[in-house]
Design a protein around this ligand. Structure first.
Ligand SMILES: [Ca+2]
Ligand SMILES: [Ca+2]
Ligand SMILES: [Ca+2]
Length: 214
């Protein structure tokens, strides 16, 4: 009986400590691994000077993959893009270390305007930022709430800066990741890790019940 209890404790501890290994891209560490990256395109509007080859916003999802073919989305003149985290969320670190990283690529290091939101309606402006590298400490901005879970990142072309032309006008987005990554906002699709943990937990409860009736 004591052995069984010990096994349960070990199983539960293993389930609770199930944690993705950190991943590193361009020297930027994502402690929660590839789940940290944006998962869905909420909405977008590709601006001028972008051909269809460079106008697919879905290539900005997931972990960085430049210089692979079709790995980045060009905003174009006055273009904008809103990405969504569905299996994780962007949160604060509580200090001045970076929380959000945008992978802007290409020979021209371009400017963009960045904002974050919990609901894609009310936005917190993070100002104009320059690509390569673009690490942003969200704690330093007014309106950001410690521990809040931000689900949306908006990137808008900076009209004052125009360093590239057709077919890949303006900032080129390969990926957007939350260095400070929290679990998904309730109501969104759970992370695969959370599903696994839930399955393991349910399995453990079932096993305990079965043992009790033996
Ligand atoms: Ca994600
Ligand atoms: Ca921070
Ligand atoms: Ca990409």
């Amino acid at each position: 009986m004591r052995k069984m209890k010990l096994m349960c404790v070990i199983l539960l501890a293993a389930a609770l400590s199930a944690h993705a290994a950190p991943t590193i891209y361009d020297g930027v560490t994502f402690p929660e691994g590839d789940v940290s990256f944006a998962d869905a395109v909420h909405s977008y509007s590709t601006g001028a000077n972008v051909t269809t080859t460079y106008g697919d916003p879905t290539v900005a999802l997931g972990a960085p993959d430049f210089p692979g073919a079709g790995s980045y989305y060009s905003l174009g003149v006055n273009g904008w893009l809103i990405l969504e985290f569905t299996d994780n969320s962007l949160t604060t670190s509580g200090d001045s270390t970076p929380d959000l990283h945008i992978f802007e690529i290409g020979g021209a290091v371009e400017w963009m305007n960045v904002a974050i939101s919990t609901d894609a309606s009310s936005w917190i402006e993070l100002g104009n930022v320059r690509g390569q590298p673009t690490s942003i400490d969200i704690d330093s901005f007014a309106g950001v709430v410690l521990g809040a879970q931000y689900r949306y990142v908006r990137i808008v072309d900076d009209p004052a800066s125009s360093l590239s032309s057709s077919p890949y006008g303006e900032a080129d987005i390969d990926a957007v990741g939350a260095i400070s990554s929290a679990p998904a906002v309730p109501g969104t699709v759970p992370a695969p890790g959370a599903i696994l943990l839930g399955t393991m937990g349910a399995g453990l409860v079932g096993w305990l019940r079965r043992r009790r009736t033996l």
